[in-house]
Design a protein around this ligand. Structure first.
Ligand code: HEC
Ligand code: HEC
Length: 364
């Protein structure tokens, strides 16, 4: 009888241990965690366009929170040293303030990191050449890029599935019932949600649009120069390619950075490599000038260190090539005009943006 009880006890214990093991490690059940997604409201000013949110990835507080963790977490890189935020730092307008970004293996890329400010409004394609359509698609790329995070998604997902925090964050964001449903696609959706809340909308430029502030005299002269609207001032043409309200036309141009006799000689073909059309060679995205103060150096190859160097480039009319945009021509402007233009561009800077607690590194 005693032996029988002993055997029963051993069997019972084994079963108990086995079931614990199943519960905690292999079954990955998450259904005991509440799934109550809350809408994330953007409160865009009236002079802003609406944001492009795909119907299958609406903004929720929980999705944004998960995306924010993934964006700042070096767990996405092979050696746990770098995250998206290593090359997109909030204090540098979500760039890395370098001409060329370097990934985990210390290999420098061929282009400068881009600002992510107001990235959710982009329609013409992401990157300097517009090669990727959506933020969801884009977010999958850096993890496996050999000169960026140089990891693999299966390995990243394995780490996230056994992490003390992520299974809960995925459940709360997407309602999955089991850790086995945690996928790279959901990770990318969450990162995209986080990126859509990187919005600058409280600059002086915005306050003037909303009737809450007025330009100083010098800013007003700069405004006239920038948008070609004052017949007594020279046209500086900026507003055609960096137009209101987002300070970008979201389009591609050759702004005369490289001299070239033919359409084949550009050091970086840019847009042309994506469309396959020769007339697009040497064209790049005209980026937003919002918060431009914080994102030096400038251009896709980081060739200019200051706004003065950029303006000197435009004043010269740029270098000759067959498809240089006709808006690039020598500008008859005085040092006073340049000072006024800079004063106006300064009104695109927004200092409250960084204070949005939802944009901060959650690990600090
Ligand atoms: C090693 C540095 C590096 C890392 C890490 C990195 N990026 Fe980037 N990012 C860049 C560079 C450089 C570009 C521009 C590349 C190009 O145009 O070819 C860019 C461009 C982008 C763009 C396009 C912006 C626009 O205006 O079109 C987005 C969005 C973006 N990155 C998001 C991310 C996300 C999300 C992560 C993490 C999953 C990430 N990046 C990790 C360097 C980096
Ligand atoms: C024909 C269109 C066009 C006009 C006009 C134009 N830009 Fe640009 N701008 C661009 C393009 C395209 C780029 C990106 C070029 C590249 O990196 O290859 C750019 C880049 C910039 C950058 C660097 C942005 C960054 O994030 O690196 C600044 C600053 C800038 N322009 C300011 C101006 C100012 C100021 C004017 C007026 C004097 C002006 N632009 C006129 C198309 C234009």
């Amino acid at each position: 009888m005693r032996t029988f009880i002993f055997i029963l006890a051993v069997v019972g214990m084994t079963l108990l241990l086995y079931s614990c093991d199943v519960d905690e490690n292999t079954s990955g059940d998450l259904t005991n965690i509440p799934y109550v997604p809350e809408n994330y409201k953007l409160d865009l000013p009236a002079h802003f366009p609406t944001i492009n949110t795909p119907p299958d990835n609406p903004l929720t507080k929980q999705g944004v929170l998960l995306g924010r963790h993934l964006f700042y977490d070096p767990i996405l890189s092979a050696d746990s040293t770098m995250s998206c935020a290593s090359c997109h730092l909030p204090e540098f307008s979500f760039t890395d303030a370098k001409a060329f970004s370097t990934g985990i293996d210390n290999i420098a890329g061929k282009r400068s990191s881009m600002s992510l400010i107001n990235i959710g409004f982009v329609q013409s394609g992401l990157f300097w050449d517009g090669r990727t359509k959506t933020l969801e698609e884009q977010a999958l790329l850096p993890v496996e890029d050999p000169i960026e995070l140089h990891h693999t998604w299966p390995e990243v997902m394995t780490k996230l599935k056994v992490h003390p925090k992520y299974p809960k964050l995925f459940r709360e964001a997407f309602g999955i019932g089991n850790t086995s449903e945690m996928t790279k696609e959901l990770a990318a959706k969450a990162i995209a949600q986080f990126e859509r809340i990187i919005i600058s909308k409280d600059s002086k430029f915005d306050k003037v649009q909303e009737g809450k502030a007025i330009y100083t005299d010098i800013e007003l002269i700069g405004y006239g120069l920038y948008f070609d609207i004052d017949p007594d001032l020279p046209d500086m043409e900026c507003g055609h390619c960096h137009n209101a309200p987002l300070a970008t036309s979201d389009d591609f141009f050759n702004n005369g950075l490289n001299a070239s006799n033919t359409l084949d000689d550009f050091p970086d073909l840019g847009r042309g490599k994506v469309t396959g059309s020769k007339s697009d060679n040497g064209k790049f995205k005209a980026p937003t000038l919002r918060n431009i103060k914080y994102s030096a150096p400038y251009m896709h190859d980081g060739r200019f260190n200051t706004l003065d160097e950029v303006i000197a480039h435009y004043k010269s009319g740029g270098k000759k090539s067959p498809n240089k945009d006709p808006l690039l021509h020598p500008l008859e402007v005085s040092p006073f005009h340049i000072t006024a233009l800079k004063a106006f561009i300064e009104t695109f800077n927004d200092t409250t943006f960084y204070k949005n607690p939802d944009l901060k590194n959650p690990f600090k």
